[in-house]
Design a protein around this ligand. Sequence first.
Ligand code: ADP
Ligand code: MG
Length: 332
Amino acid sequence: REKRGRLPRYPGLERWTLISKMGDGAFSNVYRAKDSLGELGEVAIKVVRKYELSSSQGANHMHPGFKKIPKTVERANILKEVQIMRQLDHPNIVKLISFSESKQYYYIILELCPGGELFHQIVRLTYFSERLSRHVITQVAEALKYLHEEKGVVHRDIKPENLLFEPIPFFPTKDPKPKNPNDEDKADEGEFIPGVGAGGIGRIKIADFGLSKVVWDSVTMTPCGTVGYTAPEIVKDERYSKSVDMWALGCVLYTLLCGFPPFYDESISVLTEKVARGQYTFLSPWWDDISKSAQDLVSHLLTVDPDKRYTIEQFMEHPWIRGTDEETYPAA
Ligand code: ADP
Ligand code: MG
């Protein structure tokens, strides 16, 4: 109730009653909202400001505090984000409900993911068991497979902040299956964690298509551009951009399993260098109890050479994903 008093009113959003703020960035605020007509239930609304906040006050008499320069690049980006989302229909991808704009804002109405960011769940649980990690990463991979193979779309911003979830509405308990199948008696230990239960963590959905790009035309089944005249670097670029998502998938999987990212340094230049060299380790003691099979999969994703990096098909075929490796699924 108190929160509601501080929520802004946006022109053109009268249909929606804002409930709370779910996320904010430099140019966007995301709200949980309710349809006052009662037709669409609850949604998420991403509100994107059209004008850059001006540092020089009074630069424009009409809009104090705002530069009256439409961010045209931003506009093209927003329209692209919406255009791409319109074509998508997958259980593991946040659905676009509608798009509208007012003088100062763009409004992207989205399917609500009440569980919030996967990022927060990692922070909460420290790390995920192998079983829970597999449950999560497989869903992300299903969405990527759909994007890469059916839609020719690369996401380009896969990270725990952009992976949201719909919590399972029943039986909350800590991940009930112990990491080591020999510790079956430890199964019911743990605190109450809403949304994380016997079935996993609920349904995972990819959000934020702000950096995504169409690399091939799903109608002509060719790389974007004129058929037959496509240059090798364009064909390659399509492959490379898909492999960008696979690298990110490897980073997410690594983070799920141990609770910290594969590449980190306080200095951006050092960090950049580490990434460029693919310099990461399975740090002891955190990785000591994680299966060799999981490590094998991570290492095939965090491969510097994009030609050698796993594709989505290879990922799906890996024994750790299929559940056929001897280590995490010992033969009965
Ligand atoms: P940005 O481009 O600013 O990163 P995002 O689309 O990633 O915008 O949204 C920012 C944040 O808002 C997300 O990280 C998430 O916390 C929240 N959010 C976005 N979409 C939804 C949604 N459909 N349901 C719930 N929360 C959302
Ligand atoms: Mg984001």
